[in-house]
Design a protein around this ligand. Structure first.
Ligand SMILES: Cc1cc2nc3c(=O)[nH]c(=O)nc-3n(C[C@H](O)[C@H](O)[C@H](O)COP(=O)(O)OP(=O)(O)OC[C@H]3O[C@@H](n4cnc5c(N)ncnc54)[C@H](O)[C@@H]3O)c2cc1C
Length: 408
């Protein structure tokens, strides 16, 4: 186990500074334009691919950092640059993690490179779980995958919604019901290869924030994929379903809501994104408060403003510490006995919403305009309390973990 330290080592500092440079020089200057255009910033993704930031290798390196701080540090810096663009850069990672977590070695080797493409021809991937009637309540999922044994193919029908990169992805990873009797235990994940007939983009959403990130419905109409596209393979699925049926027969385990059971370990990464946005807004507010004069003195000379900045910074640092703790626990295989992953996501996302709002207040009228970035940061920050489990769902997970009670 790596020794606990509050200080990044030289190698980590080097990576952080490199990412910060990219965020400051490439992402930040492009932020307002792509927010207005509400389109995927392909040229920026391409730049990221050229320097090695948009690649599986980069994320794998950060993921396996023994301290656990590689991913949170990377997320904080990129999202400090701009949340919408950064999500366009890291969104493929959601689908890649789905394959890494459940796929066979062959599936990983075949599909992950096609998710990223290369620097001359970048591609993105989408992870499609949410549906119009299955958001927090993932067990209500309706998209159905039926096995056609004669052809060794799966036939998938349904409508997915809110998919980041949905419809524009080269590879889609789709979660579907294979056994409706088993609730979320009867779900399986499928690769939908590029240009598969029957998969189309539905509505593209016009959003409040992170507008440079593409979010859309994905329609699956008689989509046929080879048996080899079932992540993990048929044998493993059959074994898993048999175990779940056995448990259900014994009346044992409650079928858990999958949204609540989603990897406790992945939530700190979203917390780190929120810390990045919060820190960006705080820095703008601090500088503004030091330079803007009213009543013959800088506005930071007033306790009312200075104390807000003190609270903002304290909360951001507290959020980062919760994120780092949970990430350290995850890499060291520590059990999340108090749902520490959810705690970090809950606190960091609520902090980002609050701090970006305070930043607008400190900038006064200017804060309310698109001439200054805090207005965009505030719109962006609202997503952190919604995706990867809403704040209410995080509280539910924490309360259930602490009490052992099936709190509703
Ligand atoms: C920009 C964006 C990108 C996204 N990207 C993806 C993606 O790439 N892939 C994907 O699969 N999904 C994605 N999502 C979906 C996201 O994960 C869901 O929006 C989220 O899980 C909430 O589901 P919902 O929107 O249906 O809200 P609902 O589940 O309908 O919730 C509505 C409200 O009710 C509250 N609520 C619900 N149940 C309870 C309860 N038991 N107790 C207390 N309160 C409750 C919620 O907290 C929320 O405040 C994305 C969403 C957005 C907005």
């Amino acid at each position: 186990m790596a020794e606990f330290t509050m200080e990044l080592n030289d190698e980590q500092k080097e990576v952080r500074d490199w990412l910060h440079g990219f965020a400051a020089d490439v992402i930040r200057p492009a932020a307002a334009e792509w927010d207005e255009r509400e389109e995927t910033p392909w040229p920026v993704i391409q730049e990221a691919a050229k320097v090695g930031i948009y690649s599986l290798d980069f994320y794998a390196q950060q993921y396996f950092d023994a301290s656990g701080l590689g991913i949170p540090m990377a997320m904080e810096e990129l999202f400090w640059g701009d949340a919408g663009i950064a999500l366009s850069i890291v969104g493929t990672g959601l689908a890649a993690v789905g394959v890494l977590a459940n796929g066979t070695e062959e599936q990983i080797g075949t599909w992950i490179p096609q998710m990223y493409g290369d620097a001359n021809d970048v591609k993105v991937a989408a992870f499609c779980s949410s549906e119009p009637d299955a958001g927090s309540d993932v067990a209500s999922m309706r998209t159905r995958a039926v096995y056609d044994e004669a052809k060794d193919e799966w036939v998938i029908n349904g409508t997915k919604t809110w998919a980041t990169n949905g419809g524009i992805a080269n590879v889609h990873v789709v979660v579907a019901v294979v056994d409706p009797e088993l609730g979320s235990k009867g779900h399986a994940s499928f690769i939908i290869p590029p240009n598969t007939p029957g998969l189309s983009q539905g509505q593209k959403f016009k959003k409040h924030g992170i507008r440079a990130s593409h979010t859309a419905e994905v329609i699956l109409d008689q989509v046929r994929v080879p048996g080899s596209c079932l992540l993990g393979g048929k044998e493993k699925l059959d074994e898993r379903l048999a175990r779940a049926r056995e448990k259900a027969k014994k009346g044992g385990e409650r079928v858990k809501n999958a949204a609540m059971a989603t990897f406790e370990a992945s939530r700190p990464a979203v917390g780190a994104m929120a810390v990045g946005t919060a820190r960006a807004a705080y820095e703008v507010a601090l500088e503004y408060a030091q330079t803007r004069e009213q009543f013959g003195r800088p506005i930071i000379d007033n306790q009312g403003v200075a104390f807000q900045l003190a609270d903002m910074r304290t909360q951001i640092d507290a959020a980062r510490l919760l994120v780092w703790r949970a990430s350290w626990m995850a890499i060291n295989g520590k059990p999340f006995t108090a749902a520490e992953g959810s705690m970090s996501k809950l606190f960091a996302s609520e902090t980002a919403k609050k701090v970006t709002g305070q930043a607008i207040q400190i900038l006064g009228g200017n804060g309310y305009t698109r001439e200054y970035p805090v207005e965009r940061m505030h719109r962006d920050a609202a997503i952190y309390t919604i995706f990867e489990g809403t704040s209410e769902i995080q509280r539910l997970v924490i309360a259930r973990t602490l009490s052992g009670m099936p709190i509703r």
